[in-house]
Ligand binder design. Structure first.
Ligand SMILES: NC(=O)c1ccc[n+]([C@@H]2O[C@H](COP(=O)([O-])OP(=O)(O)OC[C@H]3O[C@@H](n4cnc5c(N)ncnc54)[C@H](O)[C@@H]3O)[C@@H](O)[C@H]2O)c1
Length: 273
């Protein structure tokens, strides 16, 4: 992403500190930048330290944006999540928002998914959400509240072929979100979940490229395959990272202060089919 057209868009998150996991690319990068554009201080966390740093730099270079910092964090490791929260508290003094967004693609049906692949995908996409929520909640409770946004997927709501472990992980994120939401509502910690439709980030294009330009296999060129995929969505196109960032800003802000335990599809209308 080029460092152009980044403008301060408002103050909906002014005074708040956010952690964004998977902030080095795609939906996480866009959300980190848009959080900052709305006045949040942002800890950019990613398993790729260079990618996390690059996003933090994009934010810091913009006059009028709040502070940003970065940390190398593997969300599938408990210690790593604890260090991520500790660095956020040391740097910014508080943590108001967690966008548990980091994720990895995974391909295979039930019979073609190896146990190792299952463990890898569940480890990041489900256990990673659990561990980051676990690390941040006690601090939000002692601060008097906070907002957690967990990243699931449209695959949690509608069946897609060839993504068994990914679907199971994302379904688990929805269930975990609801469970945690009712558990911590009394502490004013709100926990909601976004289910994005298809957005052409590196995660999606890697899966398409691996399968010859088609989710089910084949030899369609990538651009054509993505254009065809866009036609499946009632609004006639694939999503943009900003489409998710705008929902995340709402859930992170006090505008959603009476909203918890809720699933938000952001998918061009696909869930209505
Ligand atoms: N792009 C889509 O169409 C789509 C649709 C539904 C859900 N999602 C979900 O959105 C999230 C972001 O996906 P994206 O499309 O932006 O992908 P992406 O590949 O562009 O970005 C994912 C980021 O997560 C980081 N990451 C991977 N493993 C990590 C780990 N163990 N710890 C910390 N960081 C790690 C990567 O380094 C990368 O920077 C994922 O959870 C994904 O499943 C994406």
């Amino acid at each position: 992403m080029k460092n152009t057209n980044l403008i301060k868009t408002g103050e909906r998150l002014l005074g708040k500190t956010a952690i964004v996991t998977g902030a080095g690319s795609g939906l996480g990068q866009a959300s980190a930048i848009h959080f900052a554009a709305q006045g949040a201080r942002v800890m950019c966390a990613d398993i790729s330290e260079a990618a996390a740093q690059a996003t933090a730099q994009l934010i810091e270079e913009n006059p009028g944006f709040e502070q940003a910092s970065f940390i190398k964090a593997d969300v599938s490791e408990e210690k790593s999540n604890e260090m991520m929260v500790t660095k956020t508290l040391d740097t910014f003094g508080r943590v108001d928002i967690l966008f548990a967004n980091a994720g990895v693609p995974g391909a295979g049906s039930v019979t073609t998914t190896t146990k190792n692949e299952w463990d890898r995908v569940i480890g990041v996409n489900l256990t990673g959400v659990f561990l980051s929520n676990k690390a941040v909640i006690p601090h939000m409770v002692s601060q008097g509240g906070g907002s957690i946004i967990n990243q699931s997927s449209l695959t949690a709501l509608t069946a897609w072929s060839g993504v068994a472990a990914y679907t199971a992980a994302k379904g688990g994120v929805v269930a975990l979100t609801r469970q945690a939401a009712i558990e911590y509502a009394k502490d004013n910690v709100r926990i909601n979940v976004i289910c994005p439709g298809t957005i052409p980030t590196p995660l999606v294009t890697s899966v398409y490229e691996e399968r010859g330009g088609n989710v089910l296999g084949g030899s369609t060129p990538l651009d054509q395959a993505l254009a065809e995929a866009g036609e499946m969505f009632p609004l006639g196109r694939l999503g943009n990272p900003e489409d998710i960032a705008y929902m995340a800003i709402y859930l992170a802000s006090d505008e959603s202060k009476w909203v918890t335990g809720t699933i938000f599809p952001v998918d061009g209308g696909y869930n209505a089919i």
